[in-house]
Design a protein around this ligand. Sequence first.
Ligand code: FAD
Length: 472
Amino acid sequence: CISIFWFRQDLRLTDNPGLLEASRLGKVLPIYILDDLAPSSFKSGSASKIYLHYSLERLNETLRDHLNIYIGTPEKIILQLIQQYNVEHLFWNHCYEPWTVLCDEAIEKILRDLKINYTIFNGSYLWVPKDINKEDGGYYKVFSAYKKKVCSLEPRSPLPKPEHLILMRDHENNTRLADLKLTSNVSWRDKIEKYWDFGEESAMNKLNNFLRNGLPGYKKERDYPGRKNTSHLSVNLHFGEISPYQIWHSVKAIDPLKVCSADKEHFLSEVIWREFSCYLLTHFKKLPFDNFQTKFNAFPWKDNTRFLEAWRSGTTGYPVVDAGMRQLWQTGYMHNRVRMIVASFLVKNLMIHWHHGRDWFWECLVDGDLANNSASWQWVAGCGADAAPYFRIFNPILQGEKFDPDGEYTKKFVPELEHLPNTYVFSPWKAPEAVLKDAGITLGQSYPLPIVDMEHSRNTALESYRRLPSME
Ligand code: FAD
């Protein structure tokens, strides 16, 4: 019997339910399709494309060069392969982007009409979004209630790697990984190659390293961007180089004497935020586009290209904001606390629409993820389902002083400030002339003056919010 296993956001062999099942039936034709289904604003961003290239390269190595690669519409390609190889069964794991869901439905219809067997598994999330409902049949909009519900349903254990994988090559297909042209942006390619390791094995090593060195103290230390207490696993989870089941059970299995339960629970809670984002996207398909709270449709966003450019390039004059934006540009990643600070600065102090932030993150993040990115931007902007209250406007000076007390993170990415005493690192304009001179800084030249006044911009944002019609 010949089956197709369709790799998508599950680029791994271990704990891959669809692949395991396919391997048990006989020969497997493993395929990857670069499709063009996403609307233009959600075609993969530059950083993410490069990561995907190397992740596929690693996957192909683990499949002993048997990964069959295609470009085009999945329906057409799959249909052709079925006919060409007399395929009897198709396996894949669910994805949740709205256009992917539509594509799956179209393929399912074709397979049903042709009477071809197919099985779709849930491999990328701990709980199937559609299975989690409130008593009244509606869906959860508040994280704490959602979390309480899902935590009563223990996720299954991770599955083994297929023992016998009899792989097939489509000899009539000449498409190579290079033909996908995922690495054509050379400057991004160099950066991503420098900062990241790719593939299933490296994801597992990263997890194990994090469990030993990052998880102890996670609850408190995760907020400090200069410390090494976050896992950096978001990209591996996004591409499915590791599954949330592997993470969940590895954390649960740690001896409570080695890592306290508060740290473990807090980390798992973050993993549940990922589930919640996907859950919201499933139930509110317009999450990437439309304000969840419709009263924000009347918000007087400002169109200011100069401010937007300063934000993107990390030249706002607010050091922790600039450090975050430069970290993103240099590495394709930004620490979560700093993501919140820079996002708040864009949507509240600059009053620029969260769509612009969403798009820039999408272009630059290796872990750019439709559900997480959309839900998080809406959360910071205050218009999301269970969002931060609007009046919670992060003050980048206080945030910097609190979470980067030695200025280590900020100075790393904004080296112009390297010689400035810590007292002034987050507000260099307050430093006396002589101190600036000693540190080799000329404000407005070697480092910018703040583009907006903190107090004034905060008050303007709050006033705009107060004027919104109350609808919800
Ligand atoms: P850890 O602290 O080690 O957390 C473990 C895992 O939990 C992460 O890998 C991630 O999968 C999940 N997680 C952690 N925090 C969140 C969160 N707030 N929401 C959802 N899942 C979370 N995350 C993405 O994966 N892709 C995005 O495109 C994305 N865009 C964001 C945009 C904004 C404006 C903000 C504020 C946050 C965004 N996040 C996004 C969430 C979060 O910042 C990252 O998941 C996290 O920083 C990744 O680092 P880590 O793996 O070291 O996290």
